[in-house]
Design a protein around this ligand. Sequence first.
Ligand code: GLU
Length: 303
Amino acid sequence: MMRGRFAPSPTGPLHVGNLRTALAAWLSARSQHGGFLVRMDDLDPVTSSPVHAAGQLADLDALGLIHDGAVVSQSARFDLYREAITRLDAQGLVYSCFCTRREIREAAAAPHGAPLPDGAYPGTCRSITAAQRRDHERAGRPMALRLLTHGEVVAFDDVVYGRFEGAVDDVVLQRNDGVPAYNLATVVDDHLQGVTEVVRGDDLLSSTPRQIHLQRLLGFDQPVHAHVPLVLGADGERLAKRHGAVTLADMAAARVDVTGVLAMLGHSIGLCDVDEPVTADGLVERFRWADVPRDPWTFRPAS
Ligand code: GLU
């Protein structure tokens, strides 16, 4: 069965960019008569909050983006992610890394040939000796777990972007504070939840080769990917709070009701006029990925 999902990080209210991605994910699933799941990417206990999670779910409901089944929270699933790390470890593909962010930044600045993903790790701790490892442990340096890769390059066909190819790096599997890492958790959950279509913001496009590589190593099916272009403010910068009414609550305060928000979002993905009285349900039949623009959307808030 086709099954889509939306997986926000509950670190603040959803802004129009997130809402637009959620709408596309939901419309795609429903137009294929598929299921639609919501999952909270709340791995990070410092930045995530149940208050934001509840607010985000209320916003999705308000727009009529109804999900199936219970909302899954990644914070409650660490055992499942660790199990996957154990399976990779059994393949000899996990190593300890003691690098600080700064060390990684400096090493990554060195020139390289392949198109590496954002924040790529240069592999410094790959060949650490037992003595060095002991020194690090004795010094109390926190330890992350990384995936051992061998310069694999992964290509896939994104529904919006088209063909994308990227190199895979030694991605973090478990952070040095013990929290399982995003890429691993996403792959494990998409598999366990039977997700067949991943729709998300295109800031994650460069991480997708890493996730496909992990899926292959763990024997999971590869979902279809659709990366929705990001949203810019009128000044051409990435959309942020300072651009004005960017959340549903902000827009309500500026007297843009849910219908108005849906019309604006629907218009931005080629489905309706900007002032057409639409509902989410009413847009399902009109939805086509081919109409979703590949270029960023410039958002001009109501004033
Ligand atoms: N939680 C991520 C975000 O809000 C999306 C992760 C995903 O869809 O894989 O940007």
